[in-house]
Ligand binder design. Sequence first.
Ligand SMILES: [Zn+2]
Length: 91
Amino acid sequence: MNTNCINCGAPINRKLNKCPYCGTPYDYSDFNASFENKNPLGTISIAEKEYQVYLGKYDVDTINMGCGRDIDGMLHGDKIVKKRKFTLIEV
Ligand SMILES: [Zn+2]
């Protein structure tokens, strides 16, 4: 989910339905991305605008969620989770 206006980059105010600075609608219900098999180029469409993109970067971060107690009071050790981050770059 976008947290900034795709047009001007202003932070999204979720109480509004469009950007207060440039008027771009916040309707991301038509968000869509498609990549064909074995083709590094794909299309992403957000708010009725289409962009041709390629996968420019792929990061794997490991995040330590810390330790904690479950409902029985048992102490659990560090919880390490993997999160992948994909960066799409416009052609
Ligand atoms: Zn804007």
